[in-house]
Design a protein around this ligand. Structure first.
Ligand code: ZN
Length: 145
């Protein structure tokens, strides 16, 4: 086995995840480089929900590999787990908000163009944003309105 220097861009090690934040489009991981300990944030692509690939440290070039089990462990650590019932409830509430916001007066009048409420086509997109907001509220222990 050939030992490579730490700074080699070919060095590859399991990722150390020290932070995680979700967005509508995916996950951002905060990694600590095993080579130089630099902390850096990366976007983590997934294919069918499975983490793929690694990230090269911008300081020393060591590659941190994010394996499916690495991501799963980080998700458990950084995101509280919710029951199926809680998630179904959040999804239902997000859909209710997305389907109704543009019906609240005076929005139908403000958003209407030639008799069509332009808020309606946003429903599907907004539901995803509302789910994120509701999840954050749950995490922060927010009170019901
Ligand atoms: Zn590094």
């Amino acid at each position: 086995m050939i030992n490579k220097p730490l700074a080699s861009s070919n060095s590859s090690r399991p990722a150390v995840v020290v932070g995680l934040r979700g967005s509508v489009w995916g996950l951002y991981l905060t990694l600590r480089c095993r080579g130089c300990r630099k902390i850096f944030e990366v976007y983590q692509p997934t294919v069918a929900g499975i983490a793929v690939g690694g990230h090269v440290c911008p300081q020393c070039g060591v590659r941190s590999e994010v394996l499916p089990e690495t991501l799963e462990e980080a998700l458990v650590r950084f995101f509280p787990s919710y029951s199926y019932q809680e998630m179904a409830g959040l999804t239902e509430e997000a859909a209710r908000l997305a389907e109704n916001w543009h019906q609240v007066k005076p929005l139908p009048r403000v958003l209407s163009y030639r008799g069509i409420n332009l808020g309606e086509p946003t429903e599907r997109w907004l539901a995803a944003f509302f789910v994120q907001g509701l999840l954050q509220t749950l995490k922060d222990g927010g009170e019901e309105a």
